[in-house]
Design a protein around this ligand. Structure first.
Ligand code: RM4
Ligand code: MN
Ligand code: MN
Length: 392
């Protein structure tokens, strides 16, 4: 007989963990964005950094678990970071990861940190150092570094020379980090270059993070793998090696689609959380699991941006809640005994549990509305924003 295994967990503890998990939202998720083909502008979309922070504060207000906002430089560039920090604090927010931009400059035609031109490499390093200074002022501890470098055609450049350049430039960046900071290396196997990218997979990012040191870890963006990649396995291996630094949550069907996390493949998201929960209960991996930065990186092209962000947070919480319901002792037992079907069913029991009532209770205990999207819609915030914001 297959055992009902989700009853074996302590619900109080599950609720506590759901309240404690913080999810960072991206400033760029509140601004107009589109595809290569068109940008459908929204009247209520944020344009200024202040507006993006105000929108992020709404997400935090209705979810209770999103107190920090990731910034992208220069998209969010300003000349008074102290002021930004105070503005955020007044909204109940903190500034989160700083994301340098190494892909929007004519000089980066052949790459940034890997460019064959030394001057260009120096410029890229200087830009990241500027981001480190911004992080110092805003109190951020994470530099989230997506390395967009690559080549478009075979023979365009030497893989090994570029690897050496990257090790060189990144070690300069690494040395500029303060004691509290870490750099998260974000890999992606294609785009904007289409023949090769210099940081193409978790292995190349892992290798680099080992060479750099303890303050360098790997960032897993869920949209940055070839179709069919086993992301939960990558997560498990990186946790086991103390090198999982954080996530960029989103979901894909084909390429780097940046859709709402959990919208296309919620089972995959659950399996990723299953690894995170398992690692959080293991002495070897507990510390790494505790320090994982949960960040959203999405592009809300047709949904309302604040609503899409709230929906994403809810989807993440559902996956986490289900993973917390897995009966770990029973799973270990059937794994040891080679009971393949029972092990799989143990996961599926948890996955098929309707955790929505549980999450409603969690929200009520946090003094927030049990139904965040409806509550946000009722508030009239969007109508007000649409009326008061200048469209561009
Ligand atoms: C990339 C990657 C980065 C994000 C840019 C805009 O594909 O996901 O994290 O900063 O897009
Ligand atoms: Mn990303
Ligand atoms: Mn991406």
């Amino acid at each position: 007989m297959i055992k009902e295994c989700e009853m074996a967990v302590d619900i109080k503890d599950v609720k506590q963990k759901l309240k404690e998990q913080k999810i960072e939202t991206p400033s760029w998720g509140y601004a107009d964005s589109g595809t290569r083909f068109y940008v459908f502008r929204q009247k209520s979309a944020a344009h200024t950094l202040e507006e993006k922070l105000e929108d992020a504060a709404q997400v935090h207000k209705y979810t209770g678990v999103c107190p920090s906002v990731a910034l992208h430089i220069p998209w969010d560039k300003t000349d008074n970071w102290e002021l930004v920090k105070r503005y955020a604090a007044n909204l109940g927010l903190e500034i989160g990861a700083i994301n340098p931009n190494l892909f929007e400059d004519d000089d980066y035609l052949l790459g940034s940190l890997c460019s064959p031109d030394k001057k260009v490499r120096e410029k890229a390093v200087e830009h990241i150092k500027e981001c480190i200074r911004i992080a110092e002022i805003t109190g951020s501890t994470i530099i989230s570094l997506w390395i967009p470098d690559g080549t478009n055609y075979p023979g365009q450049d030497s893989f090994r020379d570029r690897k050496a350049r990257l090790e060189d430039t990144l070690s300069e960046v690494y040395d500029a980090l303060t004691r509290e900071m870490r750099v998260l290396l974000e890999y992606k196997f294609f785009e904007p270059a289409f023949y090769h990218t210099d940081l193409f997979d978790w292995g190349s990012a892992y290798l680099l993070s080992i060479k750099l040191g303890d303050k360098a870890q790997v960032l897993v963006d869920l949209g940055h793998h070839p179709l069919g990649a086993n992301i939960e396995q990558i997560v498990a291996i990186l946790l086991d090696e103390q090198k999982l630094g954080g996530f960029h949550f989103n979901n894909k069907k084909y390429a780097d689609d940046d859709l709402v996390v959990g919208s296309i493949n919620p089972y995959e998201l659950f399996l990723i959380y299953n690894e995170l929960v398992a690692a959080s209960l293991d002495k070897k991996t507990e510390r790494t699991a505790r320090n994982v930065a949960y960040m959203i990186d999405q592009s809300h092209n047709i949904k309302n941006k604040i609503e899409a962000t709230i929906q994403s947070v809810v989807n993440i919480q559902q996956a986490y809640a289900k993973a917390l319901l897995v009966d770990r002792d029973y799973l270990k037992k059937v794994q040891r005994e080679g009971l393949v079907l029972d092990a799989e069913e143990c996961l599926k029991d948890a996955y098929h549990t309707d955790v929505r009532p549980l999450l409603k209770e969690v929200r009520e205990e946090m003094n927030i509305d049990p139904d965040p999207i409806t509550a946000f819609r009722k508030s009239g915030y969007l109508e007000q924003a649409a009326g008061g914001r200048s469209s561009r």
